[in-house]
Design a protein around this ligand. Structure first.
Ligand SMILES: C[S@@+](CC[C@H](N)C(=O)[O-])C[C@H]1O[C@@H](n2cnc3c(N)ncnc32)[C@H](O)[C@@H]1O
Length: 346
């Protein structure tokens, strides 16, 4: 009787309304991308502005901008004031203000790029073929575009670097680098991990290897940080060679961009450079069975963009073993899925 009464009182689930929410999710995201792309959160930092003012500053069509903003406020991005024509910052829109250290702000601009959106538009192709849709949607591969197109390069590397900035100090402190004199950060991107490790360990010298096109961004981030005489930027290709003989090799969030056989090739290149007592630290988010939705989507994102994949720790161990590496330790970083998997040569 009680159960029946409770059941009667339980709010009825409206699955059709839920589905409308899901179907409009893509539009919701796109509206956020456009607001970020136009820099509207930054324009509201000093106080509310009218639609006409915002349209003049963003060179947009005022009535349409007003309709976009009105829609955005319906889910908490910006606040519409009582006159109906003036908009203010909200807690959510403030997250999108330009901030090189904020992963969400830089990610919004990465996702806003037409080539990023176009790649998701071809998700069906990815599911049919198991390969990246990016190339089909954009006529060139992700690595090619981020090498040749400065805007794509900036958006991608900024998004990566802001994630890196949020986790680099934690890695530098969670792993014991004592006794290490020289390390190489393979595919080190803009260099925030190298900067964190060098700052925390004044006796270490480091090399950052990445594609030549990325190194000027790394120089911008690393110079004038008090580590100037202790690092070197090395242009290179991790399928070919990496600097030999270092005590420690790092490779963070770079293996997940590749399919299994490519990962083994990269690891073999690093193994060749290692001394018998060198250590390799593979730093990745591991995707276990209880992974949160955010990481399930990030796994799909890797596939869509470049044919990559988030993997379970067990899978990384297998790939490292195929490359002649023996795992010695696995250290969690913080409460999330990030881990340092340490290995030596077999
Ligand atoms: C996802 S980002 C990670 C960057 C950095 N480790 C971090 O955690 O922010 C992958 C990096 O791999 C680099 N990369 C891609 N192909 C490469 C290659 N063939 N040789 C060296 N680096 C490469 C990219 O330029 C990029 O910086």
């Amino acid at each position: 009787m009680t159960t029946e009464m409770n059941a009667a009182r339980a709010p009825e689930r409206d699955v059709r309304a839920e589905m409308v929410e899901l179907l409009q999710g893509a539009w919701r995201a796109r509206a956020v991308h456009v607001a970020a792309e136009l820099g509207i959160p930054d324009l509201l930092v000093d106080g509310p502005r009218t639609v006409a003012d915002l349209a003049a500053r963003t060179k947009t069509h005022a009535p349409t901008l007003g309709r976009l903003l009105r829609t955005l406020t319906s889910f908490g991005v910006f606040e519409r004031l009582a006159d109906g024509n003036t908009y203010a910052q909200s807690a959510l829109s403030a997250v999108l203000c330009t901030n090189p250290g904020c992963a969400e702000a830089t990610d919004a601009l990465f996702q806003a790029a037409p080539w990023h959106w176009a790649a998701w538009g071809e998700l069906l192709f990815t599911v049919q073929t198991g390969t990246a849709s990016f190339d089909r949607a954009n006529g060139s591969g992700f690595w090619e575009l981020t090498r040749t197109n400065p805007d794509a390069q900036r958006r991608f590397n900024s998004a990566m670097s802001s994630v890196s900035e949020e986790e680099s100090d934690a890695i530098a402190h969670a792993y014991d680098f004592s006794g290490v004199r020289e390390l190489v950060d393979v595919a080190g991107g803009k260099g925030s991990l190298l900067r964190a490790v060098l700052r925390a360990n004044p006796d270490i010298r480091g090399k950052l290897l990445d594609r030549p096109s990325v190194l000027s961004l790394a120089a911008d981030l690393l110079s004038g940080q008090g580590v100037d005489d202790r690092y070197e930027l090395v242009p290179g290709d991790f399928f070919q060679s990496v600097p030999p003989g270092a005590d420690v090799y790092l490779i963070k969030r770079a293996l997940h961009d590749w399919e299994a056989d490519d990962i083994v090739r990269i690891l073999v290149t690093i193994r060749r450079a290692m001394r018998p007592d060198s250590r390799l630290l593979v730093i990745e988010s591991t995707l276990e069975d209880d992974a949160k939705q955010e990481w399930l989507f990030r796994d799909l994102l890797l596939l869509v963009l470049c044919g990559g994949q988030e993997r379970a720790e067990r899978e990384y161990r297998e790939l490292m073993s195929r490359a002649g590496l023996r795992v010695t330790r696995s250290i969690p970083i913080g409460d999330g899925p990030l881990r340092v998997i340490e290995a030596v040569r077999e």
